[in-house]
Design a protein around this ligand. Structure first.
Ligand SMILES: Cc1cc2nc3c(=O)[nH]c(=O)nc-3n(C[C@H](O)[C@H](O)[C@H](O)COP(=O)(O)OP(=O)(O)OC[C@H]3O[C@@H](n4cnc5c(N)ncnc54)[C@H](O)[C@@H]3O)c2cc1C
Length: 658
């Protein structure tokens, strides 16, 4: 592995000419209007001439494909599930933020912008975040128009609840199924376009490579997961909305199919990948309960509206929680952060839970759990059932305990990834003609995402940002046909995919794919999880390299390439995680500061809070990985590049939630 900083900040403002954010100048509140005025437009009658590939049908992808179809473009949309409705977005529980100020509690676009920049520990681009806050209000209007059944109050008005990192109530929700309801809204819009034949849907197709011709995105190569056929698809532009990579930790709250493959393969074709070490560990998940577990379950952050988090003051207290009186309980979040209490942001809450368990005060069989207690909820059981009924039922089914009568036990777990492919203000990657949306890009959340802001970002990207900015690219392609699929670039990409498939199905070793993935997850959790240090990260990099060697020499993949073969699908994804994990650890190693979810033990305040280094690390780290992606014999050649961040509106300070 070689790591090089190409230039230093003293040498030039932009370290790499490709890493220009390209946001308009001028007052921040006018930038998005300005951008929409500046972009070249495509005349309505010309839109049919343009073909766009959208990979992903979660909230970001479905919103983008439906909207592009509605505008009149020809769209091909891909997902690996059997229906767009099964995208991981369906799992989102708690809600979606918007600066509507319906509660009249002091919210505004500026406040949402401010909370998001601060919540991300000042490692996000201000222009993008401001636009996100502006568009948040349009998303709610769009969803309501689609019939999304948001919760309403007694008077029939849209209701709100609170999420971490904010002192206002701005989260719109549909019980504990907000993602499902929003996805049904986006899905019906998508189905309408499928029926209108503006969108062609390719379910059970996995993108396995990006095709680049003359330095521009020309299309993708997919594998039909039912027949095993390798197919090329070409278009004037490619949009990736392929979700996050939390499953690099093996155990996470994500759906088991979530993976890094699409963005990693695009990365290996030259798209820079930003801030991969910025991952989010969510504080309220059901603790790990066994060696053979393959999935962790989230208990939505919305539960922190009413639930109070505590542990017994005495580490050796074995009494049932109901028998421990108040004065012998440590409501540690309320004690440490009186202003925000149980609603501190996720990174802060997770670290506090870990610290108290490390002190030996955790609860449950492993000692790695804290109580989430609803005893004091106003309105009692009926109020709880109305707000969180489905979550309580889920908890009860998984743990066999009744959370109405005994506190839930929770512990932090990998949940969301702020890193992703680098994009500019228009959401265009460093490969012209390729755009990246939703959790797959790095753009808006800095080093820590606030709860209920992922749905907001995915839908802002898909419904509003991309449909406006992509015309700038497409207008320049007027009169030009997409690169034909028999062009040498497509042939070469197909060959790469076939060769890799053959490498995988040819592996007749002894180890299962799952056993290697599990081992990788353990390395990542121990060394690149909630707490990191240089020594642990260096050790992890060595272990990952060894695991990669083990994988290619000793993995066993049964079946063939030309058939439905889920073992092969899994193997391909784990092979990519095994490379990506090394990049993640390198990113964590070179970022010699603590910020948001990236907590370097060497860089903390006396009170155990994250200590940023704004002088040296106020930048986005964007990586390039060179070399032949099918050559697994040598070390990866990773090059570090940087985009400096500017803070004109919210001056970085020590984040305080006290
Ligand atoms: C349990 C849980 C609860 C959550 N609750 C909330 C919440 O309350 N509020 C909130 O704001 N956020 C929440 N989040 C986060 C949020 O759900 C996600 O960040 C968001 O839904 C991601 O949407 P997306 O469209 O970017 O990706 P996804 O929904 O993950 O969709 C990815 C799409 O890409 C496709 N795809 C991926 N790779 C390929 C490939 N190689 N080839 C073809 N297709 C591919 C998939 O088939 C899928 O269609 C939650 C997350 C979890 C895990």
């Amino acid at each position: 592995m070689t790591t090089t900083v190409e230039q230093t900040s003293t040498e030039s403002r932009y370290f790499d000419p490709r890493l220009v954010a390209n946001a308009p100048a001028g007052p921040i509140e006018q930038r998005w209007d300005q951008r929409r005025f500046d972009v070249k437009l495509v005349n309505p009658s010309n839109k049919r001439r343009f073909h766009v590939i959208v990979v992903g049908s979660g909230l970001a992808g479905a919103a983008a494909a439906a909207t592009l179809g509605e505008l009149g473009y020809r769209v091909s949309c891909f997902c690996y599930q059997d229906s767009p409705r099964r995208a991981h977005s369906i799992a989102a529980q708690g809600g979606i933020n918007a600066a509507k100020n319906y509660q009249n509690d002091g919210d505004s676009i500026y406040r949402l912008f401010y909370d998001t920049v601060k919540g991300g520990d000042f490692r996000a681009r201000e222009s993008n975040v401001y636009r996100l806050a502006q568009l948040s209000v349009n998303i709610i209007d769009q969803a309501v128009a689609q019939g999304v059944p948001f919760a309403r109050d007694y008077a029939g008005l849209l209701d709100n609840r609170s999420f971490g990192g904010a002192q206002v109530s701005r989260t719109f929700y549909s019980a504990g199924q907000t993602g499902q309801q929003l996805l049904l809204g986006a899905y019906q819009a998508l189905e309408r376009q499928i029926a209108a034949r503006t969108v062609e849907m390719y379910t059970r197709h996995e993108m396995l490579d990006l095709v680049v011709a003359d330095g521009e995105a020309a299309g993708i190569v997919t594998r039909n997961l039912v027949t095993g056929e390798i197919e090329s698809h070409s278009a004037h532009a490619v949009v990736l909305a392929t979700g996050g990579y939390s499953n690099v930790f093996y155990l996470s709250t994500n759906a088991m199919g979530c993976n890094v493959t699409a963005i990693w393969r695009a990365h290996r074709q030259g798209a820079l990948l930003a801030n991969p070490c910025f991952t989010q560990i969510h504080p309220t998940c059901i603790p790990v309960h066994g060696e053979n577990q393959s999935k962790l379950t989230l208990m939505s952050e919305s539960l922190r509206n009413d639930g109070r988090i505590w542990v017994p003051k005495r580490g050796d207290d074995t009494r049932a929680p109901g028998q421990i009186p108040d004065e012998e309980r440590d409501y540690f979040l309320e004690r440490r952060y009186p202003a925000f209490g149980n609603l501190v942001p996720r990174d802060v809450a997770s670290r506090a839970a870990k610290a108290i368990c490390d002190e030996g005060k955790g609860v449950g069989p492993s000692g790695y759990g804290v109580y989430l207690d609803f005893r004091d909820t106003a309105g009692g059981t009926s109020a709880i059932a109305e707000r969180y009924g489905n979550l309580f039922e889920m908890y009860s089914k998984i743990t066999g305990e009744d959370p109405y009568s005994t506190p839930m036990r929770i512990y932090p777990a990998p949940h969301y990834t702020m890193g992703g492919l680098w994009v500019d203000y228009d959401l265009q990657s460093t490969i012209p003609g390729m755009y990246v949306l939703g959790e797959a890009n790095f753009s808006d959340h800095g080093a820590n995402r606030l709860g209920a802001s992922a749905l907001m970002q995915g839908l802002a990207d898909g419904y509003f940002v991309l449909p406006a900015t992509i015309s700038n690219w497409l207008a320049g392609k007027l009169g030009k046909q997409p690169v034909p699929t028999d062009a040498p670039e497509f042939r070469a990409a197909e060959d790469r995919v076939r060769q890799r498939t053959a490498q995988l199905v040819g592996s007749k070793g002894k180890r299962t794919v799952d056993s290697i993935h599990k081992e990788l997850g353990r390395v990542m959790w121990d060394s690149c999880g909630m707490a990191r240090n240089a020594e642990g990260l260096r050790k992890a990099i060595g272990e990952i390299q060894q695991l990669r060697r083990d994988f290619w020499s000793d993995v066993r993949v049964s079946g063939q390439g030309e058939e439905l073969n889920q073992e092969l699908e899994k193997a391909g994804r784990v092979a990519d995680f095994l490379e990506f994990a090394e990049l993640m650890c390198n990113d964590a190693l070179v970022r010699e500061e603590s910020c948001g979810g990236h907590f370097r033990l060497e860089h903390q305040t006396e009170e155990g809070e994250a200590r940023r280094d704004d002088e040296n690390f106020s930048h986005v780290t964007a990586w390039e990985t060179n070399g032949d992606p099918n050559d697994h014999s040598g070390e990866l050649d990773m090059v570090e590049r940087r985009e400096p961040l500017e803070h004109d509106y919210v001056q970085p300070t020590q984040r305080s939630y006290k």
